[in-house]
Structure formats: C-alpha cells, structure tokens
Design a protein around this ligand. Structure first.
Ligand SMILES: [Zn+2]
Length: 223
C-alpha cells in the first residue's frame, strides 16, 4: 500500500516534481489502508483560483484524489510551494474532512469525542474548524487556534505540521509507521522528502492509475 501520483497535464514538469515530494512526505509517516493516487492536472482560468481539489473517489480499491492547478499561476510558484498544497490535499484524500472523520468530533464545538483521546491523546487539545462554510467547515483544524498548521483551511506562506496531523491518520484506518516527534516546519519536512529516492516503484507499477471520474469541487485555493 502506497501513496502515488498520476500526472494528467503539467507545465515544465513542475507538478510532477511537486507530486514526488508530496507523496514522499506522506509515505514516510504512514501506510494507507488502500492505495492512493493523487491525480494532478492543469486548467486555464483568468480568475483568481490557484488550485481546486475535487472530492476523492475510489475504483477497484484504489482511492483517487484529483487536484488541478491554474496554469496562469504555475510560473509564480516553485515545486516546493506547489508540493505544500498537494500535501494538504493528500491529507484530505486520506480522510481529513470526509467519511469516518465526520464522526470523530462534536459538530457544534469542533471538539473531539472523549473515546478517541486514548488512541490519539493530542486530540484533547485539538478543535475542528466550525466556521467559514462548505469547503472549510468541518474538514480542517480550527484556523484561529492553529493558524499556520498544514491542515487549517487557509494557506500561509510558511506552514508547520503538528504531530497530531500524522497521529490522527490512525483513526482514519491507516498505519502510522513514523510519529512526528514535535511541531516541525513544513519546509524542513519537504526538504527531507525531496531527498528521498522513491524505492517502492514495484508497488506502484501494479496500481491502475488511469481511472478518471468527475466529482464535485471540494476546496478551492485563491490568490
Ligand atoms: Zn483543505
């Protein structure tokens, strides 16, 4: 079981480079319960949308997470900037914001149910975002409290990752193979991921990555 990518369209191989970093990031920490394919492509718009992520779908046991980037903005960002966004969206594809996640917390307060604290103790300190409406609400950490964290609903120029963002994956059915020891800058983690040589290519060969479905937009990122 692995997290991998499929490039539908690209610009100067930027999405491919970003996808590698993003997949390496997650493959370092977890083994997903089923194979995950992040499908990256481009779209053309004169508007201010940088990227849009579509609702994940599954086919023959493989979970697909489609993301498209506006070509208009691709020149402005380097692979690491794009990788940050892809890492966030993989977080959603792995379950943050849908399926089982929705049963983990109180809808009104955004606080996690007591019964999950034992398995992931840090959840007692976490709150889910309950504001900002569809796309942001219920599918991120609380923006006010966790502003710069990777899985808040708004992108920041510098972001950081809390250990609980990795640990919560356990409750979403995945296997955590490495804990994140402490709050760590996303840049630092991406640099480490960049240096990893992708060594499980045999596993990837066996996955049919080409399956495509059109699903509704889950989240949009604006300039
Ligand atoms: Zn998001």
């Amino acid at each position: 079981m692995i997290i991998t990518y499929d490039i539908v369209s690209d610009k100067e191989a930027k999405l491919k480079e970003a996808a590698k970093i993003a997949c390496n990031f997650w493959n370092r920490f977890i083994i997903p319960k089923s194979p995950v394919v992040i499908r990256l492509g481009t779209f053309k718009s004169k508007g201010f949308v940088i990227a849009r992520a579509y609702k994940p779908y599954s086919n023959k046991g493989v979970v697909f997470g489609p993301i498209e980037f506006n070509v208009k903005y691709l020149d402005l960002y380097d692979a690491l900037d794009i990788a940050g966004t892809v890492i966030h969206e993989i977080g959603h594809t792995l379950g943050i914001g849908w399926n089982k996640w929705k049963d983990l917390f109180h809808r009104y307060t955004g606080e996690f149910l007591l019964q999950y604290w034992e398995e992931v103790p840090d959840l007692q300190y976490m709150t889910v975002e309950t504001g900002f409406g569809p796309g942001t609400q219920y599918s991120h950490w609380d923006e006010k409290e966790f502003n710069l964290e990777l899985m808040t609903g708004f992108k920041d120029p510098t972001e950081e990752v809390l250990p609980v963002t990795i640990a919560v994956m356990r409750l979403l059915g995945h296997t955590v193979i490495e804990e994140l020891a402490k709050l760590t800058g996303l840049d630092e983690l991406m640099e480490q991921a960049e240096g990893v040589v992708f060594s499980r290519s045999d596993d990837v060969e066996k996955i049919d990555k080409s399956h495509s479905e059109k699903t509704e937009i889950m989240e949009e990122l604006y300039f």
